[in-house]
Design a protein around this ligand. Structure first.
Ligand code: PAF
Length: 282
């Protein structure tokens, strides 16, 4: 196993990427907040297919958490993360500090419309995407990779990042990777560790119900009618639903009526103190 390069500062990241560039090598970035699971590992694997060198970033970004959210208890497992990245063959891991990313006097953020104001996550986490967009823009400009890869599980986030890089002419290919699921369908997430045993047993209902609703829509049922039984089942399993909607898969605009191409079902729901999100293609 080759050793992974540990890059604890922006200067170290830039000088490593410069060396690779001088050797004519391409670079892919895998931005994460750590607490790595099989979903992240699959992002690294896909990044390895795309570029000669892969840099994973681990930074629990404070600006994308509201004061009421789980920033302080978000799982931090750096040693295990670095071991997993080494095993999978990532070439480097960038672990900036909060002071590096947001030094004294930092006062610039990215202001968003379009997919960031689609009325999904933004309705419940109004400051979230501004924090995500700002940190992702910084990471892309710090590393200047050829490509960066993000999971489709955070579907609205992926749409926001695509829009951001296009609008700001950031010359990085944005790749979206399919959600990795547990064998019972639950989407892998670093937040799944918050679920109690009973909650974990109930959680796959989200994927099951979305899959059934998608089938009913493909079979010709009106979208709202197809979602109604899903809403009931998810609520009966103990969830409080923030949203369960069918949207245009590209713009995330609201849609109604019956099946057409390019639709996505998106859900966010709270089970106890854990909030889960997921989505599937119709
Ligand atoms: O999806 C995540 O893990 C984070 O939102 C990201 C993209 C790494 C930005 O902090």
């Amino acid at each position: 196993m080759t050793a992974i390069a540990l890059l604890p500062s922006i200067a170290a990241l830039r000088s490593q990427v410069r060396l690779w560039r001088q050797a004519g090598q391409s670079v892919a970035l895998v931005p994460t907040m750590g607490a790595l699971h099989a979903g992240h590992i699959s992002l690294v694997e896909q990044a390895k297919q795309r570029a000669d060198k892969v840099v994973a970033t681990i930074f629990v970004n404070p600006t994308q958490f509201a004061p009421t959210e789980d920033f302080s208890k978000y799982p931090r497992t750096l040693e295990a993360d670095v071991a997993k990245l080494t095993e999978i063959g990532a070439d480097a891991v960038f672990t900036p500090t909060a002071e590096d990313m947001y030094p004294e006097g930092f006062c610039t953020t990215i202001s968003l419309r379009g997919p960031a104001t689609a009325g999904l996550e933004d309705r419940f986490r109004p400051t979230h995407f501004q924090g995500v967009a700002t940190v992702v823009a910084k990471l892309l400009l710090q590393a200047l990779p050829d490509a960066a890869i993000f999971g489709q599980k955070d579907y609205q986030q992926l749409a926001v990042i695509r829009q951001l890089t296009s609008d700001l002419n950031i010359p990085v290919e944005i790749m979206g990777a399919a959600t990795v699921r547990e064998s019972d369908g639950l989407a892998m997430s670093s937040r799944n560790v918050y679920l109690s045993e009973d909650e974990r047993a109930a959680a796959p209902v989200l994927h099951r119900c979305m899959t059934k609703a998608a089938q009913r829509i493909r079979d010709g049922e009106a979208m709202e009618a197809a979602l109604a039984p899903a809403r009931n089942k998810i609520t009966s399993a103990g969830f409080e639903i923030d949203y369960l909607e069918v949207r245009d898969a590209v713009t995330l605009a609201s849609v109604e009526g019956r099946y057409r191409k390019g639709l996505r079902i998106l859900v966010a729901a709270r089970l106890g103190r854990t909030r889960l999100i997921d989505n599937i293609e119709v």
